[in-house]
Structure formats: C-alpha cells, structure tokens
Design a protein around this ligand. Sequence first.
Ligand SMILES: Nc1ncnc2c1ncn2[C@@H]1O[C@H](COP(=O)(O)OP(=O)(O)OP(=O)(O)O)[C@@H](O)[C@H]1O
Length: 259
Amino acid sequence: MTGNLLLNAENVGIQFGGLKAVQKVNMYLNKGELIGLIGPNGAGKTTTFNMLTGVYEPTEGEISFDGKKINGMQPYQVTKLGMSRTFQNIRLFKDMTVLDNVKVANHQVAKHSIISSILRLPSHFKGEAEMERQSIEFLKIFGLDVYKDELAKNLPYGMQRRLEIARALAGKPKLLLLDEPAAGMNPQETHDLMELIAFIRKEFDLTILLIEHDMHLVMGICERIYVLDHGQLIADGTPEAIRNNPKVIEAYLGEEVSE
Ligand SMILES: Nc1ncnc2c1ncn2[C@@H]1O[C@H](COP(=O)(O)OP(=O)(O)OP(=O)(O)O)[C@@H](O)[C@H]1O
C-alpha cells in the first residue's frame, strides 16, 4: 500500500442481532484500481457496500476513505466525500426524464450558488445551461442521449441499468461502487457494459469496486478480486489466482468460476 490508497477497511464487520453478517473484512483500494467483490448468494457483499457507503455502521473495525475515517458517517456525508454507488435493484427517479435523472445528480456538485438560483441571476442561467450540456455529454457516453426526454421507467431494462451508472457518475465521484451492474442483462448487453466500465474508469480517472455474479465480466476487467463466503473474506488476488484457488472453487461448488 502506498500514498495511492483511496479506501481502506480494517477488520470490518457487522452483526444483526445474533447474525454476524460480515466479519473481519480487510480490504483496500488504490486510486485508479478496478476491483471485484464476489461470493455466493448471502455471502455479505451488499452488506459490505452498505457499510462502506454509510448505510450501515459497522459494529467492528474501521473504514477510511481518502484519508478520513468514515465509520458512523451518514450516506450523504460519504457521498459528499466522493463515493457514489448503484444498487442491485435499480433505483431511478422513474417518473422523471432520463436527462433529469442525471441533472439531479449533477446539481449536487453544481458550482453556481443557491442565492443566484433564488434570485435568478445570470450566473444561475449560465450554470443551468452548463449543467444541461454536461448532463447530455454524460448521456452520450452511455448511449442514452437518444432517450433524454423519455421517462426513466419507459427505458429498456439494460438502459435503466446504464442510466443508474450515468447518474452515479454525474456526481463526479472518486470511487464508484457498482452492485451487480450486469444483473438481468443479456450477453451482448453485458459485453457492452464491460467495455463501458473499462472506458469510464480511464476517462474519469475513477476507482471502481464492483459486485458481480457474471464471472466472465469480473475476470475480464478486474485487476484484483476479493471473495466473500459466509461473511468472511476467503481469498483475494488476481483473476488468475482466484480462478485457481481451491477455497473459491469449493465456495462456488457447482457454479462457474473458470471463465
Ligand atoms: N438489515 C439486515 N438485517 C438482518 N440481516 C441482514 C440485513 N442485511 C443483510 N442481512 C443478512 O446478511 C447476510 C448477507 O446478505 P447480503 O445481502 O449482504 O449478501 P450478498 O452477498 O449481497 O447476497 P446476494 O448475492 O444474494 O445479493 C444475509 O444472511 C442477509 O440475510
């Protein structure tokens, strides 16, 4: 680990009543890395995301992000520090247009002041126009500009997933957490998504942590992979090392890890 460290989780865990959902997780992300988090159903992957993003406060361990301890912070505070996420179950503003979904996120980082907006000063209109321009640029990257005036709920499923990522990115995060971005996508959509994730990582100088069941996607784009099973990390390493790790093969018995 170097001065490049962006996220560090030390011995992190959480207990719900008698259930230790996650225990003693040690995980780090260096700036610019694209890292996978995998594991069988119920292994604790989303719970780990929830702890990293402030949805749950860990009952043990410490998490630091960009040099600051973030345990106990609220999700909006963690977002403000530069962490953004998508959800396993798509959470868009379904009755808003595609463009407005992205503009809302862009507003959170808007430069023009509230005063200028209330008073409708020229800087407000300039700011709004700039925001619209930037939002359309985002939509273009995701191939969503053609849908900009559609209501989010009317988009095809794969496009809704893309919009969720676009919206998360519009907040200009340093770290993007993607919870099963390829869930429900067909192989072609998954392939396109894989290329898109690799592209946005480079284009926006992002660090990405990705939960995914699609092994082809995880093994294809991640530099390192963490494996959770029954709430504990059982392995971490390169895709090659993970693919050949006996503990991982056993945890996934009957499932495909070799792609
Ligand atoms: N709020 C909660 N209260 C009680 N138990 C919880 C809570 N959240 C998660 N759990 C439990 O923690 C464990 C891990 O769940 P989690 O959703 O993190 O798994 P996962 O690896 O993301 O699974 P999947 O791949 O199916 O999404 C499960 O046993 C789950 O029931």
